[in-house]
Design a protein around this ligand. Structure first.
Ligand code: PMP
Length: 361
């Protein structure tokens, strides 16, 4: 068996040791006589898994006590709808800063519930930059300001937390959570689908400042109410136990590897290596994102001639480098290099890109 280096944007590569551990525990979890996914979510075994996962994530991200942590279903897209339902009153204003494809989905999901103001947008420039904070047209009375911390398709990442005063800052961290240290206290809500940096698809993490749970919000069923989920420790109904368990294994792996400080260093080296190959290729490879906001997690790039796309992907696959095709929304190539992508994988890709240019340039 040979595992390829997998640059998929999500579901994405997982640490090999985590997969091995899950494999070893598959039939009999710690002497329970059954797999963890065959046991009740209310039993002592799964409760231990769930509570350890939350505790480990709190340690990893230094989450203050006045924040609740939820493990929910529905993906990041569901959170994009639940946020206005939970923390804005009907018809209240909400400000959105649009910096790429996923900001658009956030706007689409929120629009039925709020008076939505696009406070700033980089769409006219093809989502290659982040509008300067001074240009944002924030409302005086918005329920929150929403940003997409890292745009997975366009490869644009906030490198600083914007100051929005007392208005709660809500951020979609789906593709960059736990990639570097983060001051959680600067945010009202942080949410992320797990399938990039946290584990397998099927569970989302929501980190919410507890006072926001007291917002009246809008008429909504219990299952869409964050406060109800907090009261029931994310077990209002049957949670996605397998996904939660695997995410917990990823958190333990991250802690053992040195935590977010260590991953920040690795991620900086990994992304710098790829951008260097692109920038020093004399136009053979191209990334048009403003240097200051280039994503460390998703590196989109184009070849100088589209006719080279197919051979690039085919030869990369031959070399054990898979899932490099760019998102259909923009085409080209994309290398997603989350925490679980080893530096050796990025070095292999950089070497391949240089060789490919030599051959076809
Ligand atoms: N936000 C971002 C930044 C994403 O990358 C994605 C998925 N690629 C989503 C939201 C949507 O996530 P989900 O499919 O979990 O709903």
């Amino acid at each position: 068996m040979t595992r390829a280096y997998n640059f998929s944007a999500g579901p994405a590569t997982l640490p090999e040791s985590v997969l091995q551990q899950a494999q070893a525990e598959m039939l009999d979890w710690h002497g329970a006589g059954a797999s963890i996914v065959e046991l009740s979510h209310r039993g002592p075994e799964f409760l231990q898994v769930a509570r350890e996962a939350e505790a480990d994530l709190r340690t990893l991200m230094s989450i203050p006590d006045d924040y609740a942590v939820l493990f929910l279903q529905g993906g990041a897209t569901a959170q994009q709808a639940l946020i206005p339902l939970n923390i804005a009153s009907p018809g209240q204003k909400a400000d959105y800063v649009l910096t790429g494809h996923w900001g658009k989905t956030a706007i689409k999901q929120a629009k039925p519930y709020v008076d939505l103001n696009i406070a700033a947008s980089s769409e006219a420039g093809g989502f290659r930059d982040i509008p300067a904070r001074g240009e944002w047209q924030l409302s005086d009375d918005a329920a929150y300001v929403h940003i997409t911390a890292n745009e997975t398709i366009h490869g644009v990442e906030f490198r600083d937390t914007p100051d929005v005063g007392d208005t709660p800052l809500v951020a979609d961290f789906s593709s960059s959570i736990v990639s570097e240290p983060l001051d959680v206290s600067k945010y009202g809500v942080i949410y992320a689908g797990a399938q990039k940096n946290l584990g397998p698809v099927g569970v989302s993490v929501v980190i919410i400042r507890r006072d926001l749970l007291e917002c009246a919000g809008q008429p909504r069923a219990d299952i869409f109410n964050y406060a109800s989920h907090v009261a029931k420790e994310s077990m209002l109904n049957t949670p996605p136990t397998w996904n939660w368990y695997l995410a917990g294994l990823v958190f333990k792996w991250m802690l053992a590897e040195g935590g977010v400080e260590e991953f920040a260093k690795r991620n900086a080296r990994k992304s710098a290596l790829l951008y260097d190959v692109i920038d020093s290729s004399g136009g053979f490879y191209r990334n048009e994102v403003a240097a200051a906001v280039r994503s460390r997690m998703n590196v989109p790039f184009f070849l100088k001639d589209e006719a080279l796309d197919k051979p690039f992907l085919a030869e990369a696959k031959e070399a054990g480098l898979i899932s490099l095709k760019g998102h259909r929304a923009i085409g080209g190539m994309r290398a997603s290099i989350y925490n679980a992508m080893p530096e050796a994988g990025v070095q292999a890709l950089a070497g391949f890109m240089r060789d490919f240019q030599q051959k076809h340039g």
